[in-house]
Ligand binder design. Structure first.
Ligand code: ADP
Ligand code: TYD
Length: 209
């Protein structure tokens, strides 16, 4: 039996990780077999890659960045996501291939065809059954990540990108969501944690029913 593959997308600080943790607990309470994971860094190799290219002061060439996210994803799909889906699990991933389209495509400026090819290669064509895009104005997301790093969380290279970069990334996510309305649900992420949680549960309940 094939499980279900759900992904969470959004700009940094949009509340994905917070909501993913809460959703997983809710689903487990209801008896679902859930695997939570993330990109980059869902596998041991992925975590090592993440350290080498995301948590570094070294300048990383945009093409190297694109291919490293793809390498992380290929490992993730092969050794974690596919086996879990084959075992009937609900896999919920904090980011997946749409992040490459938004960040490396719109953010860094790679053309659509290159992005599509790299994604196809890395995923073998595996697409999420459902993607929640947590939509939030860039300024609000930035103030949330600032307080997160004041609380001691490590910053990474992407956290130092410009406001315009994140505007392009957000616009790209909204465009992809509009192009694939069957797969995407846009969740307004500007409310309180509990308000957003209620919306997430509503969407997931409708999907699983
Ligand atoms: P992401 O995984 O999308 O980068 P996080 O879940 O880590 O986002 O949230 C970023 C920061 O904002 C964290 O400090 C988190 O506690 C806080 N946060 C998450 N959701 C909300 C919310 N709805 N309102 C206010 N702060 C939030
Ligand atoms: P992370 O700390 O996991 O994200 P968040 O701040 O949302 O918790 O950092 C991952 C960074 O990598 C984030 O800025 C998005 C970026 N990224 C890409 O640029 N391309 C990709 O394909 C993926 C998966 C992530």
């Amino acid at each position: 039996m094939r499980g279900k593959f759900i992904t969470f997308e959004g700009i940094d600080g949009s509340g994905k990780s917070t909501q993913l943790r809460m959703l997983a607990s809710e689903l487990r309470l209801r008896g679902f077999d859930v695997l939570t994971t993330c990109e980059p860094g869902g596998t041991p190799l992925g975590r090592r890659l993440r350290e080498t290219f995301l948590e570094t002061e070294e300048t990383v060439a945009p093409l190297a960045e694109l291919l490293l996210f793809a390498a992380d994803r290929a490992q993730h799909v092969n050794f974690l996501i596919k086996p879990a889906l084959e075992n009937g699990k609900i896999v919920v991933s904090d980011r997946y291939a749409d992040a490459t389209a938004a960040y490396q495509g719109a953010g860094r400026g790679f053309d659509e065809e290159t992005i599509k090819q790299v994604i196809r290669l890395a995923t073998g064509g595996l697409k999420p059954d459902l993607t929640l895009f947590f939509d939030l104005p860039v300024a609000v997301a930035a103030s949330r990540t600032t307080s997160r790093s004041n609380d001691g969380e490590k910053k990474n290279r992407m956290d130092s990108e410009t406001f315009e970069f994140y505007e392009r990334v957000r616009a790209s996510y909204l465009k992809i969501a509009a192009e694939e309305p069957e797969r995407f649900r846009v969740v307004d992420a500007s409310g309180s944690i509990d308000e957003v949680k209620a919306k997430v549960l509503q969407v997931i309940k409708a999907f699983l029913d």
